[in-house]
Design a protein around this ligand. Structure first.
Ligand SMILES: Nc1ncnc2c1ncn2[C@@H]1O[C@H](COP(=O)(O)OP(=O)(O)OP(=O)(O)O)[C@@H](O)[C@H]1O
Ligand SMILES: [Mg+2]
Length: 275
């Protein structure tokens, strides 16, 4: 842990604004992730964490500022180049998105068959190795409908790492896991980052688990970056947003209710027939 920053960042956001259409979710975002680092992205529900992941993988463009991945400005890469960059990234999506018509083994084998020309015996070896890493080697033959929600997340994790990517992006990897699997998955993210010397962007609500493995933590909220520092820095922070999040207090600057908007007022008016 606390890996020295010896190389240039492989993911870099400089004064970035992100959103959808006219709606800006986050602005003034500066983020750096280097090889060998686990960087946690934290914030309340709807604060824009998944939006950050979409921006890092080029699924959405920055409304303002510059995003570079492997020193390439994502605003200037062609579709073909973006596909090549993405092959160097492994993503664990918030909604696991396994192929339900393939069994566990074939789900994990899928990226290998799509993006590399390895022999069938190598496919078997690599897939069983990755399934072993998530504790599911002996579930290789099962259908997706035969495994539990937590097992499905671990299969999705094995699939995200099967190409041994240089950047790993995890969106809520701990959701739906029991405490034992949760601890093992956190340690797995740490050890994979160290073994592959890859850069890991870890999106999570889980303070204890992420603080135990992260080198650096960014916290987003209220449309901006609220805090940035080591887990130790954040633990000592007196910022009311940081404190509310870390201490899980119901009252504070983070609102539970989703904010209202002109689009909601219009919908309500149409729905109820009353202004
Ligand atoms: N495809 C989309 N089109 C329009 N608005 C969107 C879209 N996806 C997300 N949003 C909005 O962007 C904001 C941030 O959403 P995002 O999914 O990034 O939040 P999050 O921090 O990942 O939340 P959670 O912890 O619940 O997963 C929310 O207000 C959401 O309604
Ligand atoms: Mg999300």
């Amino acid at each position: 842990m606390n890996t020295p920053i010896s190389t240039a960042p492989v993911v870099k956001f400089t004064n970035v604004a992100l959103g959808y259409g006219d709606f800006t979710v986050l602005q003034g975002i500066d983020i750096e992730i280097c090889r060998g680092q686990v960087v946690a992205m934290m914030g309340g529900s709807g604060s824009g964490k998944t939006t950050l992941l979409r921006a890092a993988t080029g699924q959405i463009a920055a409304q303002r500022g510059v995003i570079t991945v492997f020193d390439r400005n994502l605003a200037n890469v062609s579709g073909e180049d973006l596909r090549e960059l993405r092959q160097r990234m492994g993503v664990l999506f918030q909604q696991g998105a396994l192929f339900t018509d393939l069994n566990v083994f074939e789900n994990v084998a899928f990226p290998l068959r799509e993006h590399s020309c390895v022999s069938e015996s190598q496919v078997t070896e690599r897939v069983l190795d990755k399934l072993d890493a998530v504790g599911l080697r002996t579930a290789a033959h099962l259908k997706i409908s035969e495994i539990s929600g937590g097992m499905a997340r671990r299969v999705a994790l094995a699939r995200a790492i099967v190409l041994e990517p240089e950047i790993l992006l995890y969106d809520e990897p701990f959701a739906g896991l029991d405490p034992i699997s949760l601890g093992i998955t956190a340690q797995l993210i740490r050890s994979l980052t160290d073994r592959l010397n890859c850069a890991s962007m870890l999106i999570t609500h889980d303070v204890a688990e992420s603080f135990s493995i992260a080198d650096h933590v960014y916290m987003v909220g209220q449309g901006k970056l609220i805090a940035s520092g080591t887990p130790r820095d954040l633990s000592a922070s007196q910022d009311p947003y940081v404190r509310q999040f870390l201490d899980g207090q119901p009252d504070g600057p983070i609102a539970f209710h989703y904010p209202t908007s002109p689009a909601f007022s219009k919908w309500l008016e149409q729905h109820t027939g009353r202004p």
